[in-house]
Design a protein around this ligand. Structure first.
Ligand code: SER
Length: 313
C-alpha cells in the first residue's frame, strides 16, 4: 500500500488533495504536514514541520515508510514579492530537499509549477508546452528553477518526479491565499459578507483558471499514469477555462443580480499582465488523458454554495 506525505497540507491545494487521497488510499496512509495554518478540525495523521529542514523531512519519511510525496509547500506570487528571500528558500531549497530525499529513498514525487513560470516574452494565447520562460516574479523564477531541477533529477538520478503548471485554482476548503488569481475566490467572500467587492485586477484581466476538483483529479491522474506515458519531466501545461473578472462577475450576477463590484487595480495587475491568457495543454491530454469537467458556470455555482456553507458554520 502507498504511504503518502503531503507537504503544504493545509494550503489552497492541500486542503482538498489530502481529503481526496484519504478517500482513495485510507486515512492511515496519508501523512499531512503543516506549519502555520493547521486546521483544528483535521482528522488524520498530522505532523508539523518545515520543508527547509532536511533532517526533519528525512525522519518523517523513515517514520512512516513514505513511498510518495505531494510536495505542495510554497509561497505564491504576491506572498513571494513581499518576501523574495523566503520565497526562494522555501520554494527552491525546500524542493531540493524533497528531491534529494526522493533520490535516496526511491520516492515518487508530485510538485506544482504554475503559469507564473511564464513571463512577458511568452505568447499571450495558446502557450505551447515548450516556450519562452522569463518570469518577472520571484515566484515565477522559483518555478522555472524547480522545473529544471525536477527534470535534472529525473534524467540524472531517475527520480520519478511529475509536475503540472497550475493555472489559477479556485476552491473553497482553504482560505484564499496570497496569489494574483485568488481574486476569483475573495470575490465570493465579498459577495456573501457585504454584497460588494473591490477587485485588485482590471475587469478585462484574462487569466487561465480551473476549479479545484478538476485540479485534484488531474493531479492524481498524472501521478497514477504509467511512467512511459510521461513525456514531459519539467512540468506539463495544464488548463481548463480562462476568464476575466468581468466575465466572472456576469456569472455571479446570475445568482445575485444586485452584487456591486468596483475595480481598483494595484501591483497585482502587473503580475497578471505578465502571465498568458490561454494555455495549450494538448500534451497532457494526449499523454495521460487530461480532461476537465467544470466550466465557468459550474465553477461559480460550486464556489458560491461551498463558501456560503462554510460561512454559515
Ligand atoms: N494562483 C497563483 C498565484 O496567483 C498562480 O500560480 O500566485
Amino acid at each position: 500500500m502507498k504511504r503518502i506525505l503531503v507537504t503544504g497540507a493545509f494550503g489552497l491545494v492541500g486542503s482538498d488533495l489530502v481529503l481526496e487521497l484519504q478517500k482513495k488510499y485510507g486515512q492511515d496512509n496519508i501523512i499531512a504536514l503543516g506549519r502555520s495554518t493547521i486546521d483544528d478540525s483535521f482528522q488524520g495523521i498530522l505532523e508539523q514541520g518545515d520543508v527547509r529542514d532536511k533532517a526533519a523531512m528525512e525522519l518523517l519519511v523513515r517514520k512512516y515508510d513514505i513511498s510518495e510525496i505531494y510536495h505542495l509547500a510554497g509561497l505564491l506570487s504576491v506572498g513571494g514579492e513581499k518576501q523574495p528571500d523566503l520565497a526562494w528558500d522555501v520554494n527552491v531549497n525546500g524542493l531540493k530537499n524533497i528531491l534529494d530525499i526522493a533520490k535516496e529513498n526511491k520516492i515518487k514525487v508530485f510538485w506544482p509549477s504554475s503559469i507564473a513560470a511564464f513571463g512577458p516574452t511568452t505568447p499571450k494565447e495558446n502557450v505551447p508546452q515548450h516556450t519562452s520562460l522569463e518570469p518577472s516574479t520571484i515566484y515565477g523564477v522559483s518555478k522555472v528553477t524547480g522545473e529544471l531541477l525536477c527534470q535534472y533529477y529525473f534524467k540524472r538520478y531517475g527520480v520519478d518526479v511529475r509536475s503540472l503548471r497550475y493555472p489559477g485554482l479556485n476552491g473553497y476548503k482553504a482560505a484564499p491565499g496570497d496569489g494574483t488569481t485568488e481574486y476569483a475566490i475573495h470575490i465570493f467572500y465579498g459577495l456573501l459578507q457585504n454584497n460588494a467587492y473591490e477587485c485588485f485586477l482590471k475587469e478585462d484581466a484574462r487569466l487561465p483558471m480551473m476549479y479545484m476538483d478538476d485540479a485534484i483529479k488531474g493531479t492524481i491522474a498524472l501521478m497514477e499514469a504509467p511512467s512511459e506515458k510521461i513525456s514531459v519531466r519539467t512540468s506539463y501545461n495544464f488548463s481548463a477555462i480562462s476568464f476575466t473578472p468581468a466575465e466572472l462577475v456576469a456569472e455571479i450576477k446570475k445568482i445575485a443580480p444586485d452584487f456591486q463590484v468596483t475595480y481598483k487595480p494595484d501591483s497585482r495587475q502587473q503580475i497578471a499582465e505578465s502571465w498568458p491568457q490561454t494555455i495549450d495543454d494538448s500534451k497532457a491530454r494526449e499523454d495521460w488523458g487530461w480532461q476537465e469537467e467544470f466550466d465557468i458556470n459550474k465553477m461559480t455555482q460550486a464556489l458560491y454554495e461551498g463558501i456560503k456553507a462554510k460561512l454559515a458554520k
